[in-house]
Write a new protein. Structure first.
Length: 130
């Protein structure tokens, strides 16, 4: 993945958008970027209005539909950072559109399969790390 500001490859796993704090500080939102962001939000909302939950078919309040990455698909940037239609559509191909109930249920089943429910060990059994 490349830095949004300078284009260099991001080596540090913790950094997801910029390669350094220097780039992050330089990258403040310009007017042009804000306009792109607003268009991106409107585009996301249009997609949701035309969609329904792929599991149960619910479509009463399309504004609250959620994007869920299909199992095995590598996640890209967060949807909030996708400012162009092609980038958004590319990421959307990796996703299902779900209602909040179905989305929560799918993640519950994934955690249940994992048996540790993704809870830290010291919380699991009431033990604290020493």
């Amino acid at each position: 993945m490349n830095c949004l500001k300078c284009g260099r490859e991001i080596v540090d796993i913790k950094r997801k958008i910029y390669c350094s704090k220097k780039c992050m500080n330089r990258a403040g939102w310009s007017r042009k970027d804000k306009a792109k962001r607003l268009r991106s939000i409107k585009f996301r909302e249009e997609i949701k209005k035309q969609s329904k939950c792929t599991k149960c078919g619910w479509k009463k309040y399309p504004e609250i539909l959620e994007f869920h990455h299909k199992k095995g698909e590598k996640k890209g940037r967060p949807f909030a950072h996708l400012l162009t239609k092609p980038a958004f559509e590319k990421e959307l191909k990796k996703c299902d559109i779900l209602c909040p109930n179905c989305h929560t249920y799918i993640h519950y089943l994934e955690r249940k399969k994992n048996k540790d429910y993704n809870v830290p060990k010291y919380i699991q059994y009431g033990k604290k790390d020493s």
